[in-house]
Design a protein around this ligand. Structure first.
Ligand SMILES: Cc1cn([C@H]2C[C@H](O)[C@@H](COP(=O)(O)OP(=O)(O)O[C@H]3O[C@@H](C)C(=O)[C@@H](O)[C@H]3O)O2)c(=O)[nH]c1=O
Length: 182
């Protein structure tokens, strides 16, 4: 497993070792020991999967409030996403800053998004299947969002006209959002 740090402490890009042979390939897609070696003792308790049929489906920017904040370990089983995280930790020196990563079935990259970050992605090809582990159960009462197109964030999404859920059309900008995540 190749592990890359990012500009945000706690956000990692993980690239599993892939063992190819005549049959195809094998890889360990999750190994708890790797996380323990990084000092991360997250207990993942729920697995999620979403299929986005079209290019330009944008889901985000999502997070759950304290005490139901979630760590997410995201990967793409089929297709490609532009995956963005935003630091929404009060008092963080990088508060309000974002970073984006390309995750695909081909690069097999995984993104570890800790509690305290909003997360969203936009599909770059049709029929994109995203799988992610989380360390807290879904809680609709704690489920929150930030406007994907908040000008103060300025995330350069791959499209200016994404396909959104009804919920994702109406999130506040970060400056007006409830962001008690720690
Ligand atoms: C996230 C989630 C949703 N649901 C239900 C609620 C709703 O009826 C339906 C669709 O939910 P949503 O529209 O919120 O799904 P979606 O927009 O795909 O939400 C996801 O977006 C990405 C970017 C994330 O980071 C995730 O944490 C999650 O927020 O699924 C669950 O039952 N469990 C869950 O864990």
């Amino acid at each position: 497993m190749n592990i890359k740090r990012t500009r945000f402490a706690g956000v990692y890009v993980l690239e599993p070792a892939v063992f190819g042979d005549a049959r195809g390939y094998f890889m360990e897609s999750y190994n708890q020991r790797v996380f323990h070696e990084l000092g991360i003792h997250t207990a993942f308790i729920q697995d999620n999967q979403s299929l986005s049929r079209e290019t330009g489906v944008l889901r985000g920017l999502h997070y759950q409030l304290h005490p139901k904040a979630q760590t997410k370990l995201i990967r793409v089983l089929s297709g490609v996403i532009y995956d963005a995280v935003v630091d929404i930790r009060h008092g963080s020196p990088t508060f309000g800053q974002w970073e984006a990563f390309i995750l695909s079935e081909d690069n097999r990259r995984q993104l570890l998004v800790p509690q305290g970050f909003a997360h969203g992605f936009c599909t770059l090809v049709p029929d994109t299947l995203v799988f992610y582990k989380v360390d807290e159960y879904y809680s609709p009462e704690h489920d929150r969002g930030i406007a994907w197109d908040d000008p103060a964030l300025g995330i350069p999404w791959p499209t200016s006209n994404p396909i959104l859920s009804e919920k994702d059309k109406h999130h506040p900008v970060l400056a007006e959002a409830e962001i008690h995540v720690e």
